[in-house]
Design a protein around this ligand. Structure first.
Ligand code: ZN
Ligand code: ZN
Length: 282
């Protein structure tokens, strides 16, 4: 089982962006904790044919066959995520307290945090907005889901999936990359999956009318290679890294958590995304 270790990539990003606010450094604790976490879910033993049948029906693998994750296996990670949120979001204190009680009573379980297509964490948690719920799901589930799904990654071909949600777990994309050959690859933070997607299409509402699709670029040398794709129809946005311009970028989650200033610019311009950042500081 490969260990999920993003610590070095995160350190490199922090070095590259010395201006990041200190609250963002709290994410480093997640990367530390993931190295210690042993993925408890047994791998999904599906064959190539099993996977492709599910994709042909438009169903992400972990939606068709949800992993059985024990509460005890992710409790420490969930606790850490709640602690980080509590440190930056005063408005969430009451709801987090309630969530801790619901977790102890077994009313909220690992299954509550699994995605349904297009939505991180199927079950809305009262009082917590979607960005917080998404953060809890990512931190608590990523090692387990990666262990569950990694063996199936190689079965995915470009032609198997053209939807704007993760073919492996169903979550909406958290970041995008333009790879060397010019294809656009969307990345899922919840399970670590990635899939190619048309360049000129909104992953959230599927619109491909060019008049609705916009692009924000950044002037600062440190931001070269990054851009944001926006959609005037659903007001969604996704941050992207063009690897042909910047070759030393980090993994999508590291890039996403390390660029809250891009999100701030988008929010100010009236855009939003399904699982936006929990720390929105420049
Ligand atoms: Zn996923
Ligand atoms: Zn859209």
């Amino acid at each position: 089982m490969t260990v999920l270790d993003l610590r070095e990539a995160w350190s490199e990003l922090i070095e590259r962006r010395p201006g990041l606010s200190s609250s963002v450094h709290a994410y480093g604790r997640v990367f530390e904790a993931w190295v210690e976490a042993s993925p408890p879910a047994a791998p999904l033993g599906w064959t190539e044919e099993d996977c492709r049948r599910s994709w042909a029906n438009g169903i992400p693998l972990a939606v068709a066959a949800p992993p059985d994750i024990a509460s005890a296996a992710i409790e420490d990670l969930l606790g850490l995520a709640m602690e980080i949120v509590g440190g930056v979001r005063d408005d969430a204190a009451v709801a987090l307290g309630r969530l801790a009680e619901q977790w102890d009573r077994g009313e909220v379980t690992p299954g509550s945090l699994l995605a349904t297509p297009g939505r991180v964490a199927a079950l809305p948690i009262p009082g917590l907005d979607e960005s917080i719920t998404a953060f809890l799901a990512i931190v608590a589930l990523r090692p387990s889901l990666q262990g569950y799904l990694d063996a199936c990654r190689a079965h995915l071909r470009d032609a198997d999936w053209d939807r704007g949600v993760c073919p492996f777990c169903g979550a909406p994309p958290g970041f995008a990359e333009v790879i060397e050959d010019g294809r656009r690859r969307l990345a899922c933070h919840v399970c670590g999956g990635a899939w190619t997607f048309r360049r000129l299409r909104c992953p959230f509402c599927g619109d491909d009318a060019t008049r609705n699709l916009g692009r924000l670029d950044f002037e600062a040398p440190a931001d070269q290679g990054y851009f944001i794709s926006t959609c005037a129809r659903c007001r969604g946005y996704v941050k992207e890294l063009d690897q042909r311009v910047r070759w030393n970028g980090g993994p999508p989650l590291v890039e996403d958590w390390g660029s809250p200033h891009f999100d701030l610019a988008c929010v100010r311009a009236g855009y939003q995304r399904p699982a936006g950042p929990v720390i929105l500081a420049g």
